[in-house]
Structures are given as structure tokens and as C-alpha cells.
Design a protein around this ligand. Structure first.
Ligand code: DGL
Length: 279
């Protein structure tokens, strides 16, 4: 069993998982994080379950070289396609983003009509429907794959007329279904929250997986006695970021996404490129 001072492993196909990492930094301020973004192989969203699971296992092996005490899968696609398989093989706690997001959506909906937008692989897995209908089988789920959203985010087009136009096309059919709650089922999508919110209108509640996942992670660590409640003198909170392709682009995204986080040190994070195929 790893100590409570060990870091938490967090990963995604790219920058989207930073939305989850940021919430972990906010809600669990004494925790160290080792983040991996698979920038060489992003997007995962159109790949097969087998390929996504193979990548996931490599990333988990890499994170374990840092003796992580728990893993947060900060990727909807991996949570949908590979969590069930990899959790059986792990002896540390691992959490995905789908379950926390689904629970909140069930809590928020009043008319029992929930929309889900996510990658093709996530939607194809049917896991959102499964989690939601396990809680309340009367709820109707309207799912829509939005494959262009991840590349738009990775290109930095978070608020751009092109993104707005694509969002209008993707979201029109969900608007017609009279949903009152929409799960942003991919961790890249909170970066498009303004565009998506403008298109959907004020009557639709948007569910951001990041906040709920960090809250669930906190409960999980607490229940296992692994939560680091207070920093000690010889313990410094640090955040390490690893990517599988050029680090510079990722670093500038990270600086912008994490710009409003208050760090306890002057050099809060380092970013490094590694060869993930070696794991
Ligand atoms: N952030 C990942 C997710 O939540 C993006 C998937 C992709 O790389 O297509 O699904």
C-alpha cells in the first residue's frame, strides 16, 4: 500500500484532462500530481476499445514508476472503454469520470431528459446510458458524438466562429429533444463551455465532469486513509506533467488552463516529453 504522501496519477489523451487536474489541485490542495497527456496519439475518441485499452495499460505502467497511490482517469473515452478492464488488474484505487458525471446529471434533471455529448468511442460504448439508467431507469438519455470538438480544443479554438458553427450543427438535435441537462462527457469539452452554453441556452444545465470527479476522488482517498490532509515541513506539493509529443505546446496550454490556480511554490510544474511506447 502506498503512503498518503505519494502522488496521484492523472491522465488523458491530451490537454482535456487538465480540467480535472485543476479541480484536483483546488479540492485536494495537499496532493502531488503526476499527469500524463498522450499528445502523440490524441485523439482517442475514434479508436477501438482494444487500442484505447492498450494505451491505457502503457500509461498506467508509466504512472506506477512514480509509485502513485491512486489514479484518476481524466478522460471520458478511457473511462468508458477501458476502466472496467484495467481496474481488475490494479491494486491501487482508480476512478473514472463517467460515474460521477452521470450521478450529478441524474440529480439535476427535472424533466428526466438528459443529453450526453462525448467522443464517438464513448457514445458507442453505451456506458453513460448504463450508469444513468442504473440509477433511474425512467430517465431518457439522448447521446450525440461530437468528433470535431477534441481537435478544435487541441488547436486552441476554444472561442471561435468555426467552433460556434460546429457546435450549432452538433447540438441542434439535442435542443429539439427538450433536454434540461447536458453532460459534457469528454474532459476536453469544459474548455468549450462558453460556446456550448451559448448554443444550448440558459434553460439547460451543463454538467462538467471535472468538478464531480475531483469530489469523488477526495471521498475515495478519505475512505482508504490515503488523503493527504496537511502538508508537512519536509513535504512540498508538486505537479509533474509528461507528454508523448512536444512539450512546449502542452506547456502553454497548461499555463493558460491553470492560470487561476494558486500554487504554493514558484515553480509549480515541470513538463517533459517521454516515450510512452517503451512502457
Ligand atoms: N478528453 C478525452 C475524453 O474525455 C478526449 C478523447 C479523445 O482524445 O478523443 O474523451
Amino acid at each position: 500500500m502506498n503512503s498518503k504522501y505519494a502522488p496521484i496519477g492523472v491522465f488523458d489523451s491530451g490537454v482535456g484532462g487538465l480540467t480535472v487536474a485543476k479541480e484536483i489541485m483546488r479540492q485536494l490542495p495537499n496532493e502531488r500530481i503526476v499527469y500524463f497527456g498522450d499528445t502523440a496519439r490524441v485523439p482517442y475518441g475514434g479508436k477501438s476499445k482494444e487500442t484505447i485499452t492498450k494505451y491505457t495499460k502503457q500509461i498506467i505502467r508509466f504512472l506506477q514508476t512514480y509509485d502513485v497511490k491512486a489514479i484518476a482517469i481524466a478522460c471520458g473515452t478511457v473511462s468508458a472503454c477501458s476502466l472496467e478492464e484495467v481496474e481488475k488488474e490494479l491494486d491501487i484505487p482508480i476512478i473514472g469520470v463517467l460515474k460521477p458525471g452521470s450521478e450529478v446529471a441524474v440529480d439535476k434533471t427535472k424533466n428526466k431528459r438528459i443529453g450526453v455529448i462525448a467522443t464517438e468511442s464513448s457514445i458507442h460504448s453505451g456506458m453513460y446510458q448504463k450508469y444513468i439508467q442504473e440509477i433511474d431507469h425512467q430517465i431518457q438519455v439522448f447521446a450525440k458524438a461530437c468528433p470535431l470538438f477534441v481537435p478544435l480544443v487541441e488547436e486552441g479554438l476554444w472561442e471561435d466562429p468555426v467552433t460556434t458553427e460546429i457546435a450549432r450543427r452538433y447540438l441542434q438535435e439535442l435542443k429539439e429533444q427538450d433536454i434540461d441537462t447536458l453532460i459534457l462527457g469528454c474532459t476536453h469539452y469544459p474548455l468549450l463551455i462558453k460556446t456550448i452554453g451559448d448554443v444550448m441556452g440558459d434553460d439547460v444545465t451543463l454538467v462538467n465532469l471535472a468538478y464531480e470527479t475531483a469530489a469523488d476522488l477526495k471521498k475515495l482517498l478519505e475512505s482508504r486513509g490515503l488523503l493527504n490532509v496537511a502538508a508537512t515541513e519536509d513535504y512540498e506539493v508538486n505537479y509533474r506533467f509528461f507528454v508523448s509529443d512536444v512539450a512546449d505546446k502542452f506547456r502553454s496550454f497548461a499555463e493558460s488552463i491553470l492560470s487561476d490556480v494558486k500554487f504554493s511554490t514558484d515553480t509549480p510544474f515541470i513538463t517533459k516529453q517521454i516515450n510512452i511506447e517503451a512502457f
